[in-house]
Design a protein around this ligand. Structure first.
Ligand SMILES: [Zn+2]
Ligand SMILES: [Zn+2]
Length: 284
């Protein structure tokens, strides 16, 4: 058994298709985790459409979606998820525990006159789920833990553990000026993979290029490296690329990160990372 991570949407803020971004991809946040026969999806940005086409072609769909938050770039693929329109589909939708915003946000974006099919009319069976922040919960054969990070309107990051492997999904978060984010360090401690918001270059973030992005809720590859080192993470994946960054710009960011933390990669659509399951000590 193994854990496979596949990236279907790696872009932040808004889709950015075109020849300048074709190699990295222009779809917004959507990551698939395959754990044996089970599937967990992280966020429902526009990358969800392509994932859905593949899933529907393979048969009935039953999976869980973990939403980091409900900003457009993390939910806009949902109305176009082909599995929504199949009566055999069963979806468990997990959102932040502190508000009823997930269901209302998904409902509102499928409301006339903005969208022709209302959420209540889709044939798929939807269950809305929540969790207690910081308290692990089971999702099939995986264990999941969530932590609140730093982002306008709020966000949660997830740690998914399966067969001794751990993947942490920490998008849409801004580092603090004077200290590392302790809740993220705790969540990412010893993880095999950290998927981290690296939307801006350090120069963009500081306002050396364009205006300052301080307070916009995003981070940089430099901060990703800092967190990965502090948490003892196996590999860092740079994620939530700025829509203004073309393939060359993201390649330059990736190379810069690799010079200080070898093995770091920039997420691209279609990138798959396989983590072989580790034997777990079940002795008493
Ligand atoms: Zn976002
Ligand atoms: Zn956001």
């Amino acid at each position: 058994m193994s854990l496979t991570v596949r990236f279907w949407g790696v872009r932040g803020s808004v889709p950015s298709p075109g020849p300048q971004t074709a190699a990295v991809g222009g779809n917004t946040s959507c990551v698939e985790l395959r754990l044996g026969d089970e599937t967990i999806v992280l966020d429902a940005g526009t990358g969800l459409r392509g994932l859905g086409e593949r899933l529907v072609a393979a048969g009935p769909v039953a999976l869980s979606v973990l939403f980091s938050h409900v900003h457009w770039d993390h939910i806009q693929g949902f109305p176009f998820f082909p599995a929504l329109f199949k009566s055999t589909t069963e979806l468990s939708l997990y959102g932040r525990p502190d508000e009823g915003s997930l269901e209302s946000a998904l409902r509102q974006q499928m409301t006339w006159p903005n969208f022709p099919v209302q959420l209540d009319a889709v044939p798929a069976r939807l269950r809305y789920r929540s969790f207690e922040e910081g308290r692990p919960f089971a999702l099939g054969s995986a264990m999941v833990r969530a932590a609140r990070l730093n982002h306008p309107n709020g966000v949660v990051a997830y740690r998914i553990e399966h067969e001794g492997r751990a993947v942490v999904y920490a998008t849409d978060t801004e580092h603090y000026a004077d200290e590392v984010d302790r809740s993220l360090i705790s969540l990412a401690e010893g993880a095999d993979l950290l998927i981290y918001d690296a939307q801006y270059t350090p120069e963009e973030y500081a306002g050396v290029i364009g205006g300052s992005r301080v307070g916009w809720g995003h981070s940089t590859w430099v901060e990703g490296v800092r967190i990965a080192r502090a948490a003892g993470v196996g590999s860092l994946v740079l994620f939530h690329h700025d829509p203004s960054h073309d393939d060359a710009a993201i390649g330059a960011i990736e190379r810069a990160a690799q010079t200080v933390l070898p093995g770091t990669v920039a997420a691209r659509e279609g990138l798959e990372i396989h983590l072989a399951g580790r034997a777990q000590n079940k002795a008493a």
